[in-house]
Design a protein around this ligand. Structure first.
Ligand SMILES: O=C(O)CCC(=O)C(=O)O
Ligand SMILES: [Fe+2]
Length: 263
């Protein structure tokens, strides 16, 4: 967390080379936005630094910041541990669905892709006017979030109401993503969430996303389909899902809904 916070708090000129809106750039700082009624882009009250963590090969490693000096080593170590935890969680979720331990991992395919997104939310003079991150579901399979301690901000939508996720020391927040909702044929839900800001304290979080690679074919798992439980989604290549995601940029995204069978 310190390495991430230090990176965000570097002088602007040191961070400048990382700012980019190019979707193909692997390591970059980005600002999420919403498109308002007059087609203007309205920026969220946050800055996000994103890059791959799986695989973290030499090419990517050398694109990571050299300042703060410990950034690369800390991320490499964190990536290793998160990889182990992701596998463990996927195995538990598979068993929770009554499937073989390695079912979800196998269905997500070889060479899964992991992206890390560090989010920096500065104090906001009027938190009622904006959000740190707009309401969304994570499009990946699974997300592990490490939030800064003692500062709330993340909220999930439960039965139409926003509920604060309390920050608990030394803990992670696990979000099920859209791909788990589709693969479990709707038994697990990818939760709608958003981040609110506050007037006095900055907040930092590090989200690590785990996704299939773009060639993988995703759909409801056969063992979970029968007469009572017909498939809710059609099979798709993950690249199609990503294409739809980018098409809906700046809107209240409804990506997996595009792949639903309409009844
Ligand atoms: O800041 C947080 O706690 C959540 C971040 C998040 O939802 C995301 O990066 O997708
Ligand atoms: Fe999220």
């Amino acid at each position: 967390m310190a390495a991430t916070t230090d990176f965000f708090e570097l002088p602007q000129e040191e961070k400048a080379p990382f700012y980019s809106t190019d979707p193909t750039k692997q390591v970059k700082i980005l600002n999420y936005f919403v498109i308002d009624g007059t087609q203007n882009k309205v920026s969220m009250w946050s800055e996000c630094f994103a890059h791959p963590w799986l695989p973290l090969d030499d090419d990517i490693f050398h694109l990571l910041p050299q300042n703060p000096p410990q950034y690369r080593e800390v991320v490499a170590e964190y990536a290793k541990e998160i990889g182990v935890l992701m596998k463990r969680l996927l195995s538990l979720i598979s068993q929770g669905l009554g499937l073989e331990k390695d079912c979800l991992e196998k269905k997500l395919g070889e060479k899964p892709q992991g992206r890390l997104q560090a989010n920096y939310y500065p104090p906001c003079p009027d938190p009622d006017l904006t959000l740190g991150l707009n309401v969304h579901t994570d499009i990946c399979a699974l997300t592990i979030v490490r939030p800064s301690e003692g500062v709330n901000g993340l909220q999930i939508n439960k039965d139409g109401k926003w509920v604060a996720v309390e920050s608990i020391p030394n803990s992670f927040v696990i979000n099920l993503g859209d791909q788990i909702q589709v693969m479990s044929n709707g038994r697990y839900k990818s939760v709608h969430h958003r981040v609110v800001t506050n007037k006095t304290q900055k907040r930092v979080s590090v989200a690590t996303f785990y996704s299939p690679r773009s060639e993988a074919v995703i759909g409801p798992i056969e063992e979970l389909i029968d007469e009572q439980n017909p498939p809710l989604y059609r099979n798709y290549q993950y690249s199609e899902f990503l294409e739809e995601f980018f098409k809906q940029e700046g809107t209240r995204r409804m990506v997996k809904e595009v792949f639903e069978f309409k009844t």
